[in-house]
Design a protein around this ligand. Structure first.
Ligand SMILES: Cc1cc2nc3c(=O)[nH]c(=O)nc-3n(C[C@H](O)[C@H](O)[C@H](O)COP(=O)(O)OP(=O)(O)OC[C@H]3O[C@@H](n4cnc5c(N)ncnc54)[C@H](O)[C@@H]3O)c2cc1C
Length: 575
């Protein structure tokens, strides 16, 4: 029985302490924190884990320097500390990176003024990162010839952090950690709605004669089968769908979401330098050129929208391309033909619920840029219900800790309240891994196409589980061979993914567990030698079907989209 089937069979089994609906970053950290501290947890997502907003971010763990301008000092301070904590806790996954910023002449602030701002920012982060640096136009030209300095007034460099692999991989690692600590998680399982019901003392495991629990009607979107999941508390981590789900479950909340659409374009590598080129776009917003392995990711935009379902329009593409072409000196300007992949999502922004919040936003009555990127957790103590609104990847450890604290207040017993549920394994474990890797000369197996040694890549992606991979390679060196040509995925990794990573569709693997679909053109992937063998490992006798489903040109839909969920068939909630 595979991992998903085994978990599906366990979901209706017992009364869980908590059921979490939504496996984006907020749901994933909630599951990791609660199960790490000893609660029994179920986690479901109607798509793949990180299959919605959490796969569309800019991949930054950052203190939100731009919120200094809106005076949101408390948020900046909190995010800077969260960023530091992530860099500290995930040395291989979250890394400091320099933001190489160029300021045009006539911009609303001078480079000098902004440079002073970066010092304030640096102090907000307790001076944890490298210090900011002021740069003249000549220095910018000398250090980064790809920047067009013809209209530049000067610039500066400061530090924040980025997710080395990818947002969706980062999220999945929390789901994996949660499963390692007992969470029963399943992707492609949808909540159809939840209700409160009274049950007797034995089932609930409390002293009281009767207590109420949540009964959630769930549907396996692959088989169509429905079943019930019972839990003491219910956590709505449905991101942009949180309002709709609350409405369905009869939950009243103080907050609600508004949506801001953002897109990124992935293009051939613009600069080999490992820094983020930073500009202010024509609309005055910060605009990034972010390294993504052998590619470059450019973005983003910030447009108010009413629905969470968005797509990249030609207008979006042209906005990004025009802005970047103006600010770079490329041998040939970037065109739509250079786009390798696109990312598009909505930021779920938290606002106080008012009767006309949605129409206010639509009419532009709110200052869009001033909307805070903080998170809020609304608690309905009487019904043992939590709703997580807003937030950022950067803030994920705080969200996990807050959820655990609230769960205790709602009566969930956490036998290990001080357990550190996040972070890479202790340094000594890493040193032992590297020692074993050196002894077997692991890096000699590194693919010539790879931009980093195999030892560090395997550690970052699998940490503790990388020991298992070393053992397999020692036993059979063929396991270290790159299986899908043009990528750096080895045979033993695909086998591990099959056992441990709950991959249901080819897109789950190509787009989220790995970032192959973001950095390799679709046609190249389709023809890649070894892809069918990888499909055979991942899907067995369903290999051809999963391959056809992914590359089905006529349908023009991705597998995940082809599985209709009630969110797509019912009207949206508040936003
Ligand atoms: C363009 C853009 C750039 C961004 N850049 C950054 C950045 O650089 N750094 C940063 O920290 N943050 C960034 N963010 C913000 C961050 O990505 C989001 O705040 C975060 O991913 C939201 O996570 P979530 O878990 O709330 O929502 P989601 O990731 O959307 O997760 C919610 C999940 O709930 C599931 N779900 C919904 N309804 C149901 C149901 N009925 N049953 C079962 N499952 C259900 C969905 O399928 C979904 O997977 C960015 C966001 C965008 C859009």
């Amino acid at each position: 029985m595979n991992l998903r089937d085994s978990n599906l069979a366990k979901l209706p089994d017992r009364v869980f302490d908590a059921l979490i609906i939504g496996g984006g970053i907020n749901g994933a950290v909630a599951a990791a924190a609660l199960s790490g501290k000893g609660a029994s947890v179920a986690l479901i997502d109607q798509r793949d884990f990180a299959g919605f907003t959490s796969q569309q971010s800019s991949n930054l763990a950052w203190g939100g320097i731009k919120y200094l301008e809106s005076g949101d000092y408390g948020l900046v301070r909190k995010l800077c500390l969260s960023r530091n904590h992530l860099i500290d806790s995930y040395p291989s996954r979250v890394q400091e990176i320099r933001f190489f910023t160029t300021i045009d002449k006539g911009f609303r602030f001078s480079p000098w003024f902004l440079w002073i701002g970066t010092w304030v920012y640096w102090l907000f982060g307790n001076g944890y990162t490298r210090i900011p640096r002021l740069m003249s136009k000549g220095q910018i030209r000398h250090e980064e010839p790809v920047v067009n300095t013809s209209k530049a007034a000067g610039g500066f460099e400061y530090s924040d952090a980025y997710l080395h692999d990818n947002d969706s991989r980062f999220v999945f690692q929390f789901v994996r950690a949660a499963m390692d600590r007992g969470t029963i998680a399943a992707n492609y399982v949808e909540s159809l709605g939840s209700r409160r019901e009274e049950i007797g003392r034995e089932e609930m495991g409390t002293e009281r004669d009767k207590d109420a629990i949540w009964i959630t009607e769930a549907r396996d979107t692959l088989s169509g089968e429905t079943f019930q999941i019972r839990s003491k508390i219910l956590i709505n981590a449905a991101g942009p769908f949180a309002d709709g789900l609350n409405q369905r479950n009869g939950e009243q909340t103080a907050h609600q979401h508004l949506f801001s659409k953002g897109i990124h374009l992935i293009v051939p590598q613009i600069t080999p330098q490992q820094h983020i080129l930073t500009f202010f776009a024509d609309d005055g917003r910060l605009f990034f050129v972010i390294p993504m392995g052998v590619r470059t990711c450019i973005g983003t935009t910030d447009t108010p929208v009413a629905s969470p379902f968005t797509e990249v329009t030609d207008e979006d593409r042209d906005f990004v391309l025009e802005n970047i072409n103006k600010r770079l000196e490329l041998a040939k300007p970037l065109t739509r033909a250079d786009i390798i992949a696109e990312r598009c999502g909505v930021r779920p922004l938290v606002v106080q619920r008012t009767s006309n919040a949605t129409s206010d936003a639509a009419e532009g009555a709110r200052d869009w840029m001033q909307l805070s990127r903080k998170h809020a957790i609304d608690v309905d103590s009487a019904r043992a219900h939590l709703s997580i609104f807003g937030g950022k990847l950067t803030d994920c450890v705080n969200v996990g800790n807050e959820v655990a604290e609230i769960a205790t207040q709602l009566g969930v017993t956490l036998p290990h309240p001080h357990y550190r549920w996040y972070g890479e394994p202790h340094r000594s474990v890493y040193q032992e891994y590297m020692h074993q890797a050196r002894l077997m000369d692991l890096d000699s197996y590194t693919s010539p196409d790879s931009i980093e040694p195999l030892s560090s890549r395997l550690w970052r992606r699998y940490d503790q589980q990388a020991f298992e991979l070393l053992a397999q390679i020692r036993e059979d060196p063929r396991q270290a061979e790159v299986l899908i040509k043009g990528t750096d995925y080895t045979r033993c990794e695909i086998q591990l993914a099959k056992r441990q990573e709950m991959i249901v569709t080819l897109e789950d693997f190509l787009r989220r567990r790995s970032k192959i679909a973001l950095v390799v053109p679709r046609q190249t992937i389709q023809q890649a030698e070894g892809l069918m063998e990888a499909c055979e490992i991942l899907f067995g006798d369903q290999a051809q079907a999963r391959y056809d489903e992914y590359f089905c040109e006529d349908c023009g839909v991705t597998p995940a989209q082809s599985r209709q969920t009630t969110d797509e068939t019912e009207p949206q909630g508040a936003a």
